[in-house]
Design a protein around this ligand. Structure first.
Ligand code: IPM
Ligand code: MG
Length: 352
């Protein structure tokens, strides 16, 4: 029995997580495994109930699970809450507490969504890349504060913090095309100079892997004009946050990008997007990123490769049949809501 802690969070979080659970149930039945869920409050919803976005009650549930499926956190309702108690702080604290330093965000171009991409589809044909984002260091966790009219955030990295994520990326590169792009700002930042040194050191252990270094500003440009050059990309926390949203534009919508946050005993799976409060509760949210995150969970935490593949194929098939949520609908699409899209994916799984 796989035990999953389910943290829907805020905004569209509940809807997209419910979708992923329905799909997990369908695939558990067709692939004959047992899976159980325990839900807990997280983010703004937990702040409202306990005054803390990641309360003890939720940590207990997390600690007795094998993996975590998370929706999204935050919203304008909590804009005035002090930084350390904001919904986003809950997210940072669960990542840090569980040691989830390695955030993996695969980006794939779906030709069926050609009309929806903001860029030239001919540049995107065949794009299939993976971003390794360092998740528990850098500006997110460095010392921060105010001095009168001044504010500061510190970026700090140790060699070890860099080495472990870089190694994970090299390992993935070995399984894929043996090509690794490391993104930094070594022309300006000392942490980036250390980053580059460590990449060069680790590279000696992987002589077969071709390593390319790019400055982050150039990478932001290259990602749009020539994304096919990338296969595995590794970068620090904030650069990875920004570049992964940018890369989602290749997939057609923020609603398409799943993620796995690894490195702990209990790993976490969540869509790369936010809580979209403007469309929450309207059955409009695109559940694909969360469903694909659930597939990553099956593959990575539970070794259920075939079940994961069944989910990915089902999504492709439903898209190929022309069903789409509003954010990814083209002129020939049949626009469906979150619930109907999910039902189509489940039907697809049951019929295969
Ligand atoms: C993400 C999100 C988070 C981040 C926010 C919600 C704190 O943007 O997972 O990319 O910046 O890491
Ligand atoms: Mg982000």
């Amino acid at each position: 029995m796989y035990k999953v802690a389910v943290l829907p969070g805020d905004g569209i979080g509940t809807e997209i997580v419910d979708s992923a659970l329905a799909v997990l149930d369908a695939v558990a039945e067709s692939h004959k495994f047992l899976i159980s869920y325990e839900k807990a409050l997280f983010g703004g919803a937990a702040y409202d109930e306990y005054g803390n976005p990641f309360p003890e009650e939720t940590l207990e549930i997390v600690n007795r699970s094998d993996a975590i499926l998370l929706g999204a956190v935050g919203g304008p309702k909590w804009d005035e809450v002090e930084r350390t108690l904001r919904p986003e702080s809950g997210l940072l604290s669960i990542r840090k507490k569980l040691g989830l330093y390695s955030n993996i965000r695969p980006v794939k171009y779906f030709p069926i969504l050609a009309e929806k991409v903001a860029w030239k589809p001919e540049n995107l044909e065949g794009v299939d890349l993976v971003i390794f984002r360092e998740l528990t260091g850098g500006a997110y966790f460095g010392e921060k504060g105010r001095n009168g009219d001044q504010a500061y955030d510190t970026i700090s990295y140790s060699k070890e913090e860099i080495r472990r994520i870089v190694k994970d990326a090299f390992e993935m590169a070995m399984k894929r095309k043996k090509l690794l792009h490391s993104i930094d700002k070594a022309n300006v930042l000392e942490t980036s100079r250390l980053w580059r040194e460590v990449v060069l050191e680790v590279a000696k252990e992987y002589p077969e892997v071709q390593v390319e270094h790019q400055y982050v500003d150039n990478a932001a440009f290259q990602l749009i004009i020539n994304p096919r050059q990338y296969d595995v990309v590794v970068t620090e926390n904030m650069f990875g946050d920004i570049l992964s949203d940018e890369a989602a534009s290749i997939a057609g919508s923020l609603g398409m990008l799943p993620s796995a946050s690894l490195g702990g005993e209990i790993n976490l799976y969540e869509p790369a997007h936010g809580s979209a409060p403007d469309i929450a509760g309207q059955d409009k949210a695109n559940p694909i990123a969360t469903i694909l995150s659930a597939a990553m969970m099956l593959r990575t935490s539970f070794n259920e490769d075939q079940a994961a593949k069944a989910i990915e194929d089902a999504i492709e098939n439903v898209l190929a049949k022309g069903f789409a949520t509003g954010d990814i609908a083209g002129k020939d699409s049949t626009i469906v809501g979150t619930i109907e899209f999910t039902e189509k994916v489940c039907e697809e799984i049951r019929s295969n």
